[in-house]
Design a protein around this ligand. Structure first.
Ligand code: BGC
Length: 734
């Protein structure tokens, strides 16, 4: 080639008139480089803060569109006005409501998490949202946490599996998932200010694995900082959590988004890992990452590289969600989405008790049914603030039962009790009220409601009581914790009296967190249902009447009393905090890890859930050569008369650890469906992390040589097979 022409010919002709960042055939990083060097300082700064309640960015001159975010995580939230929380009053924003996080976790079915994430991703595309603010995956440290319903329970492994599935499903649909709230947002009480002190091992082994898996395995491209502080510094600009752990150690390439109003300082936000400040009001340029940040750069207080890095990360999110090249059309309220919602709802329902075989309800035996309890007629999807959904449809429990029973029995409904209104702004009205005491009925009304319900119970062959919580203040509500674990509005008393009036009683609890059950002895059948989304009532009816065999397992321990809980051993110091700080003195011993270590009998253990059939376990084999790559195999047989699914749980138990370890920890599980008499072999892989603990002094995970028990069971307290595995050497593992 003639040397003088080489440079000219090497440049494709179109590149002269089309900037590289607009060329979808080029690698994304190259496009971002090109775009970045075209932006002015003002344009870059506009990319790192909100430009509306749920909107960020744009650079009109370069054709860079807004980045739209939306809550999350159970579906795409109702539209608000551009610059406020006021509802926009539109009619094109009805969506499918997916069941809440606890419901999804209770299904123990990561494939459903994929399906759920995918469906929400499709709905987000149709609604024009680039980023969904979910999944929510904080660990349930105390069942009082008002947002427990939104999360995946108390165990890091189960949380990780749900998170990875949800993220992968969602991001396959050009919608970026935002893991929240990073990290340690384990209580709502004083969530904006409370400082969390937790030791490094508990941080790494309990509170971070879900996020770590979401980033490393799920590939999540956004993470939301939490409101609270960690070791004295706000989580939305926490040097250690964001710069050191998330970005440096885990290699996170995406954007850290602040929780709404969770940013408090320009310098920290500039330097300690925040990429996008959200929340706040117009003029948005006045926010911490607006004018003050720009001026700081001009004065040389912050290097341009920190701004470039933030813009680059936000652009990755924009590009990944199709923001620059056109997005998938998506779809809302499709039959397929409703079917997924229904399957999640049904698979997450947990059969807690069935001592007389009352369930499934045999409609040839019961000709009159009293459905009692206000939860039977309430809709829950709209009621949980940021996770609230304007659902296209939500089938109530009563409607689901009526539709299923048809003319096969006479169904009468009696309200029985009345919850306080679900109202965000009414929250403070209840200050000081115990959850159990909250009651919308006056004593006279309550008496009349009770009497009518007892009459209905006496007149009927079967009672289906449907109670629980409602997202009302101090009961499964964002921003405030529960005050106690008891059911509100006289329900405990009412259930006991109904059971006396008619022993054929099924108690259905609809809630997002554990409750106490002082009436348990008297109730022959108990189901834990959750806020089950669009198809909740149909899903519940399918379990009640045996079309679906329950296969849900508890994603958290149900205690006999709050005093048994690990976070409630140290007075205010350990919950809700003293002098602005809460100390996680229980360390690693969260949930069943505590109940195991201290030999405390739970009401229902982690992983518990019955079926209408029975399963037997056999032929355990632990396969491996002494290295940390191993596998557990066993056979499971459906030994009953109905088809059903079982969740086979694998716990690993260090026998002689040199450091404190929990008695056993969940490290794998498999959900399998079996016909009556059918046997299948399951295989659960184990790896270095299955055996390892975090060693702060080594800044790494250590799988220590020695013997480990391998416990396979139907719950954390129902171990059916035990074997062992010996690691031959001590290794540092990934
Ligand atoms: C919640 C977040 C939510 C955000 C935006 C905050 O109050 O903690 O989970 O995504 O509001 O609605």
């Amino acid at each position: 080639m003639i040397p003088a022409l080489a440079g000219v010919l090497a440049t494709p002709v179109f590149a002269q008139d089309k900037p590289a960042y607009l060329d979808p055939t080029l690698p994304v990083e190259q496009r971002i480089d090109d775009l970045l060097q075209r932006m002015t300082l003002e344009e870059k700064v506009a990319m790192v803060h909100a430009s509306g309640e749920f909107r960020a960015g744009s650079v009109p001159r370069l054709g860079v569109p807004f980045l739209w975010t939306a809550d999350g995580p159970q579906g795409v939230r109702e539209e608000t006005k551009l610059d406020s929380w006021d509802l926009a009053g539109r009619t094109d924003d009805y969506v499918t409501a997916m069941p809440v996080g606890m419901n999804l976790a209770a299904s123990w079915n990561p494939e459903l998490a994929v399906a759920c994430g995918k469906a929400i991703g499709e709905e987000a595309c149709a609604r024009g949202k680039n980023v969904m603010l979910g999944p929510s995956l904080n660990i349930m440290r105390t069942p009082l946490c008002g947002r427990t319903y939104d999360y995946f329970g108390e165990d890091p492994w189960l949380t990780s599996r749900m998170t990875v599935g949800y993220v992968k499903g969602m991001q396959a649909e050009q919608t970026v998932a935002c893991l929240k709230h990073f990290a340690l947002n384990n209580q709502e009480y004083n969530r904006g200010t409370v400082n969390v002190e937790v030791d490094e091992r508990a941080l790494r082994e309990i509170y971070l694995p879900g996020f770590e898996a979401g980033v490393k395995e799920g590939g999540a491209l956004a993470v939301m900082g939490a409101y609270n502080k960690f070791r004295g510094q706000h989580c939305c600009h926490n040097e250690y959590l964001l710069n050191q752990v998330l970005k440096k150690e885990w290699g996170f390439q995406g954007a850290v988004i602040s929780d709404w109003g969770g940013t408090h300082d320009t310098r920290e936000a500039a330097l300690y890992g925040l990429d996008l400040q959200m929340g706040g009001r117009a003029p948005h340029d006045e926010c911490f990452l607006g004018r003050p940040f720009r001026e700081g750069i001009l004065k040389g207080e912050f290097p341009m590289s920190v701004l470039d890095d933030k813009v680059r990360r936000n652009l990755r999110v924009l590009f990944a969600s199709g923001g620059m090249d056109g997005r998938l059309p998506g779809s809302v309220n499709t039959p397929a989405h409703l079917a997924i919602s229904r399957q999640v709802a049904a698979e997450g329902i947990v059969l807690l008790k069935n001592s007389t075989g009352l369930l499934p309800v045999d409609l040839s035996r019961y000709k009159s049914i009293a459905v009692i309890g206000e939860n039977a007629v309430l809709k829950f999807a709209p009621g949980h603030n940021s996770a609230g959904i304007k659902s296209f449809k939500e089938v109530t429990a009563l409607d689901g039962i009526l539709a299923r029973v048809g003319g096969a029995a006479n169904v009468q409904f009696s309200k029985g009790f009345r919850h306080p209104e679900i109202h965000w702004s009414g929250k403070r009205d209840h200050a000081g009220v115990r959850t159990s005491d909250s009651n919308a009925a006056t004593p006279e009304e309550a008496k009349a409601l009770t009497e009518r319900a007892i009459r209905a119970a006496r007149e009927s062959d079967l009672v289906i009581f449907i109670g629980g919580l409602t997202h009302q203040s101090f009961a499964d509500d964002e921003g405030v914790d529960r005050r106690d674990l008891s059911l509100p509005a006289n329900q405990d008393d009412l259930i006991a009296r109904l059971a006396e009036a008619n022993p054929h009683i099924v108690v259905v609890l609809i809630s997002g967190s554990p409750v106490l059950m002082p009436w348990l002895e008297k109730a022959p059948a108990v189901l834990q249902s959750w806020y089950g989304g669009s198809e909740a009532g149909n899903a519940l009816a399918s379990v009640l009447f045996g079309d679906v065999n329950p296969s849900g397992k508890l994603p958290c321990t149900y205690p006999k009393s709050l005093g048994d809980e690990p976070a409630h051993q140290g007075g205010k110091r350990t919950y809700p905090g003293e002098n602005g700080t809460v100390h996680y003195d229980e360390g690693l011993l969260v949930g069943y890890r505590w109940f195991d270590a201290k030999n405390v009998e739970p009401l229902f253990p982690f992983g518990f859930g019955l079926s209408y059939t029975t399963f037997t376990y056999g032929n355990l084999k632990v396969i491996g050569d002494g290295s940390s790559t191993a596998a557990v195999e066993c056979e499971v047989t459906n030994s009953g008369a109905r088809e059903g699914a079982e969740v086979v749980q694998v716990y690993v138990q260090p026998k002689l650890p040199s450091v404190l370890r929990p008695v056993k920890e969940l490290k794998g599980f498999a959900k399998i469906n079996l016909k009556p008499g059918e046997t299948t072999k399951i295989r659960v892989p184990l790896n270095g992390r299955s055996f390892a603990y975090y060693a702060p002094e080594k800044k790494g995970w250590v799988a220590e040589a020695g013997e480990f028990g391998i416990l396979v069971g139907a719950s954390s307290r129902d171990i059916r097979l035990s074997g062992s595995y010996t690691l031959v050497g001590t290794t540092l593992v990934q």
